[in-house]
Design a protein around this ligand. Structure first.
Ligand code: C2E
Ligand code: CA
Ligand code: CA
Ligand code: CA
Length: 279
């Protein structure tokens, strides 16, 4: 067997080194990848439960590196959040979405809102929304078709409630919808929800993993009713089964996003999927 203590620290050191090397490598690849179009926007539909109509889509980024293969957000978003790269990436995704919406409008398709994830890193600057407004204007996107998803944790950093309120107001002034992402993932209080004039609230998928629990039913029911009271739509995330759909119908949830309808798809595949949608 191994000499006592010889394997442990060496193992951890090399794992750490490997992670740092990988982070370093991904950081180095970023700028070229952005220029070469190796980041791709995938779209996942949001379906209206009452009527099964497509009512929106979320843009999710994928990194397809010619040598490294497919890299998923969990491998690079947290890394790019440590530096400013995430801001550039979010703007790139936003512009791709504007381009797509413009194309849909020009070809006579009835467009629906498409949401883009906004890292909390953006909010370090007070005029952080200006570039988004500028791009939306450049592509002449009518108001109400672009939605910005903010994670609920944004409400809990050392930022005054008033500051967040002002930023939501600013989004609305720019014609953007505002969505509160990952609600229930750990930070929020229902009371705090009342403070913000968001257009939709996305309930984290973990609410729907154990439906039989009385507690989860009560909680989902209260969130949905509170959301409706403040005039916000509710979106259930990560829905995979028809049992979950039945539950959500019973709860009066508005929209559903999840594998049960479709995985996130490359834009051309998403457009095909839309054409074949029965609604
Ligand atoms: P998110 O915003 O909560 O996005 C939803 C995640 O759930 C996506 O993972 C999506 O692929 C996945 N998902 C959708 N339906 C189902 C389902 O039925 N079951 C399960 N198990 N998962 C489902 P993805 O694409 O890997 O993205 C992970 C996270 O990375 C996102 O979580 C978001 O926080 C972040 N992210 C992705 N794209 C962007 C981006 O362009 N900008 C920023 N700032 N963050 C992004
Ligand atoms: Ca999201
Ligand atoms: Ca989410
Ligand atoms: Ca509203």
């Amino acid at each position: 067997s191994l000499p006592h203590g010889a394997q442990g620290p060496a193992f951890y050191d090399s794992a750490l080194t490997e992670r740092l090397l990988r982070e370093h490598e991904l950081n180095d690849l970023f700028a070229d990848s952005l220029k070469s179009g190796d980041f791709h926007v995938f779209l996942q539909p949001k379906v209206l439960l009452d009527g099964d109509r497509i009512a929106g889509a979320e843009a999710l980024v994928r990194w397809h590196h010619p040598q490294r293969g497919m890299i998923y957000p969990s491998d690079f978003i947290p890394l790019f959040e440590k530096n400013e790269k995430i801001c550039q990436l979010d703007l790139y995704v936003f512009e791709q979405v504007c381009l797509t919406l413009r194309r849909w409008i020009d070809s006579g398709l009835e467009p629906f809102p498409v949401s883009v994830n906004l890292s909390r890193r953006h909010f370090k600057q007070s005029d952080c929304l200006r570039p988004f407004e500028e791009i939306a204007r450049r592509y002449r996107i009518p108001s109400g078709l672009l939605e910005l998803e903010l994670t609920e944790s944004i409400l809990f950093e050392d930022r005054a409630i008033e500051t967040v309120k002002a930023q939501i107001l600013e989004m609305h002034r720019m014609g953007f919808l505002c969505s509160l992402d990952d609600f229930g993932a750990g930070y929020s209080s229902l009371g705090l929800l009342m403070e913000f004039d968001v257009d939709s609230i996305k309930l984290d998928r973990r609410f729907f993993l154990r439906l039989s629990r009385r507690r989860s039913k009560d909680l989902v029911e209260s969130i949905i009713s509170l959301a409706h009271k403040i005039g916000a739509q509710t979106v259930a995330e990560g829905i995979e089964t028809t049992d979950q759909l039945d539950f959500l119908r019973e709860m009066g949830c508005d929209l559903v996003q999840g594998y049960v309808f479709s995985r996130p798809l490359p834009i051309p595949a998403f457009e095909d999927w839309m054409k074949n949608w029965p609604g």
